[in-house]
Design a binder for this molecule. Structure first.
Ligand code: ADP
Ligand code: MG
Length: 385
């Protein structure tokens, strides 16, 4: 059975009727620019060839019913009851998007409900944004069936609002921007202050390079703990330095920051300021010298997250070190941190050697075996069929 057939039959099994169509939202890899999004800074992610697919059909009443291949549960709620307080768990992603569309101007009193079935091959909690994949697939589906005509920039904010207010994770616009704006073989250079974005060709293929994802299987939860505390440190740093956001500062402000802030806050701020600079440098180096020359920037980004922002874990550090030692040109953890995946920019011919080196290093350290796969930069969320 093809992917499409199995999703359509999953929809039929749950709802005893046929779907109106299929819409997909890809996961993403962030090539560089971590935790800079909510500091109004720069990010450089791309949509990947792993995605969530939503099969959806409108109803003639006000009920919303959502199901997923990863659970037997079918969650039901009326459009009239929909609010951040009335949905929770995995259904907060698709139902949160329905609610957020209303917040962004859709007249939810004028639409009917829907049945939706989700299937995804984006691993959960691996730092590849399985959450944005579902949000963006749902957002493009509802935009179409509810005839909203929202542009993609608005759908980005819809996904973010669902994640912030309904799921309760204080994330920025990185994930949804990659999932909605991505294009084949290119990355999305995004200014999170102006929301301007530019599609930059990666040229990995021509240079004989692949991007290997190393999923450490250490799963993270952005709604709790470290992510929110890093965000709070950035806000404190900005306030103490007299700016509304860290975007107002550059690496030239580091000496002043060093004398104004306590050591921990300074290191958090230093990560953001240097990471913004690394994103700009990566885009420039890609254009001027090609992808073979960006390795050192990826390495420096990882060191900054490990030492200054302190969001790495031993498994991510080991993945990066082992991949580099086996011939990767550069490697870093990707995503919010505290688990998830590392990426390694690797010459095509060295992929087996890097995979073997990482496997052996994990076994020797007594870590759970990682999952490794190559990803390609793919097109953003759209109707599938
Ligand atoms: P990630 O880094 O993968 O985005 P998150 O914690 O942000 O991690 O989102 C993962 C959550 O998204 C899961 O716990 C689940 O609630 C939801 N999710 C992901 N994939 C699916 C799926 N196939 N079906 C239903 N819910 C899913
Ligand atoms: Mg997520």
């Amino acid at each position: 059975m093809t992917e499409t057939q199995s999703i359509l039959s999953g929809f039929r099994d749950r709802f005893d009727r046929d779907a109106d169509g299929l819409w997909f939202g890809p996961g993403r890899v962030n090539l560089i620019g971590e935790h800079t999004d909510y500091n109004d800074g720069f990010v450089f992610p791309f949509a990947i060839n792993r995605r969530a697919v939503v099969a959806l059909a409108v109803r003639d009443d006000r009920m919303l019913r959502v199901a997923s291949s990863f659970t037997d549960e079918v969650v039901e709620i009326s459009l009239d009851e929909l609010s951040p307080e009335t949905v929770s768990g995995w259904s907060a992603y698709p139902l949160g998007v329905a609610w957020a569309l209303g917040q962004k101007g859709a007249d939810l009193s004028a639409v009917t409900g829907f049945d939706a079935f989700i299937d995804s091959d984006v691993p959960i909690g691996a730092g590849l944004s399985s959450s944005a994949a579902i949000e963006c697939a749902t957002a493009v589906a509802l935009d179409e069936v509810w005839n909203l005509g929202f542009d993609k920039q608005v759908l980005v904010r819809v996904g973010q609002l669902a994640e912030n207010k309904v799921v309760g994770a204080p994330t920025g616009i990185l994930d949804q921007s990659a999932s909605l704006l991505g294009e084949t073989d290119s990355a999305v250079f995004l200014d999170c202050r102006s929301f301007e974005s530019e599609i930059i060709p990666l040229g990995f293929d021509n240079a004989g390079l692949e991007l290997l994802v190393i999923d450490t299987k250490v799963s993270h939860a952005h709604a709790t703990g470290g992510y929110a505390s890093r965000r709070a440190s950035c806000e404190t740093g900005a306030r103490l330095l007299g700016v509304s956001s860290l975007r107002d500062l550059t690496v030239d402000d580091l000496p002043r920051a060093a004398t104004t802030l306590d050591d921990e806050t300074f290191r958090r701020v230093r990560h953001i300021l240097t990471e913004n600079q690394r994103v700009l440098d990566t885009v420039r180096v890609l254009r001027e010298e090609g992808p073979g020359a960006i390795g050192a920037l990826l390495d420096a980004s990882h060191a900054s997250m490990r030492d200054d922002f302190e969001i790495s874990v031993a498994e991510l550090d080991l993945a990066v070190e082992a991949a580099r030692a086996a011939g990767a040109l550069g490697a870093r953890m990707t995503g919010g941190g505290f688990g998830g995946s590392a990426i390694a920019l690797t010459p095509h011919a060295l992929i087996p050697a890097v995979q073997q080196a990482v496997s052996e290093a994990f076994a020797a350290a007594g870590f759970t075996a990682p999952d490794m796969f190559v990803v390609r930069a793919a097109a953003g969320a759209a109707r599938l069929s």
